[in-house]
Design a binder for this molecule. Structure first.
Ligand SMILES: C[n+]1cn([C@@H]2O[C@H](COP(=O)(O)OP(=O)(O)O)[C@@H](O)[C@H]2O)c2nc(N)[nH]c(=O)c21
Ligand SMILES: [Mg+2]
Length: 322
């Protein structure tokens, strides 16, 4: 059943109009009435019902930096490590050129792609084996990218921590790089969980990635089955999903069907060619927005309402920047 039909909450004097939300003024929204309704549902449900799920590469990191510097992906950070054997780069490049076109092939179905993606991650894991490797190499390179996080990422993570809202950072990339960037940026708070591919060691040598393998098409909450994180969040049915790739929009599939999900998509490349697909996939499309201002504005509304209820009256003045 579509969200519009449910009409669970009533419009009242606290109803927030989407047109009044300054943070959304530059965004593209296909179904504003639906988005307005979800936002109001989130506000009335409060932080206790919220969870956030975010992609890492080019969602928590920027798609474009102020100085034009390239931002490496989590796999890119690993590949830039100096001690990797000579044949490693050649082999991973070869795999990339075979499988990346399949991953983004608009003519192949998702079901057909899955087996190729499993093949890619499996071969990549095999190549990442049999040589010594020290995590400090990743840390040295990752330290350069702690400044490439979207503007106000620190504030967003602080908001989530203060409101005790769990954040799942989902990456089909390399978890060691993701965690390293977040730790060095001092935002790896206890409410942040990274689900990704982590390096595994055997007898002091690399032994591929740990299970379960996270690839482009299982990057969603179904892989959390049996995971302790699932127990923590499965009752939180108000979900903000953030991503920069179309596949990121599915990251919350696997949560109960009654959940209300608001998907925010960051669009940067080939804006005109991609716009229609992004608008059909994400509820809110942000074009070349290198900040966390929109998710923060939503959280601010939720927090403001909670404080208002607590104080039994008006919200405090300092929370009225919207
Ligand atoms: C197995 N493998 C996958 N990728 C890419 O890494 C991406 C990670 O996927 P993601 O976590 O969805 O991040 P992103 O979409 O924000 O980048 C995939 O979409 C693949 O294109 C890979 N990239 C590199 N450099 N090396 C690899 O071995 C490799
Ligand atoms: Mg991404």
């Amino acid at each position: 059943m579509g969200y519009d039909e449910k009409n669970e909450i009533q419009e009242n004097e606290n109803w927030i109009r989407i047109g009044d939300l300054k943070a959304l003024h530059g965004s593209r929204i296909l179904h504003p009435t639906r988005v307005e309704r979800i936002i109001n549902e989130f506000i009335q449900g409060g932080p206790e019902r919220m969870q956030m799920v975010s992609d890492f590469d080019f969602t928590i990191t920027k798609q474009r930096t102020d100085d034009g510097g390239k931002v490496l992906s989590s796999f890119g950070i690993f590949n830039a490590c100096k001690s990797l054997p000579d044949n490693f780069k050649a082999e991973t490049d070869k795999l990339y050129h075979i499988y990346r076109p399949i991953e983004i092939d608009p003519h192949m179905s998702k079901d057909e792609k899955v087996k190729y993606m499993i093949e890619w991650w499996t071969k990549s894991s095999e190549v990442t084996s049999g040589f010594p490797f020290d995590q400090t190499e990743i840390d040295d390179i990752a330290s350069k990218f702690k400044h490439a996080l979207r503007d106000r990422t620190h504030e967003l993570f602080e908001d989530l921590q203060r409101m005790q809202i769990p954040l799942l950072v989902f990456s089909a990339g390399l978890g060691n790089s993701v965690v390293s960037v977040l730790k060095q940026a001092d935002i790896m708070y206890p409410n942040v969980k990274v689900v990704s591919n982590f390096l595994q060691y055997r007898d002091g040598l690399l032994d591929g990635f740990q299970q379960p393998m996270i690839h482009t098409f299982n990057k969603n909450e179904t892989v959390l089955d049996g995971h302790e994180y699932y127990d923590l969040v499965h009752s939180r049915d108000h979900i903000i999903v953030m991503g920069d790739s179309l596949g990121d929009a599915d990251m919350a599939s696997g949560v109960p069907s009654s959940s209300h999900i608001l998907k925010i998509g960051f669009l940067f490349d080939h804006v005109e060619a991609n716009m229609e697909k992004y608008m059909n996939t994400f509820d809110i499309v942000l074009v070349d927005d290198q900040t966390m201002d929109v998710p923060r504005a939503l959280l601010e509304l939720i927090e403001k309402q909670k404080l208002k209820l607590k104080n039994g009256g008006s919200p405090p003045a300092q929370l009225s920047s919207l």
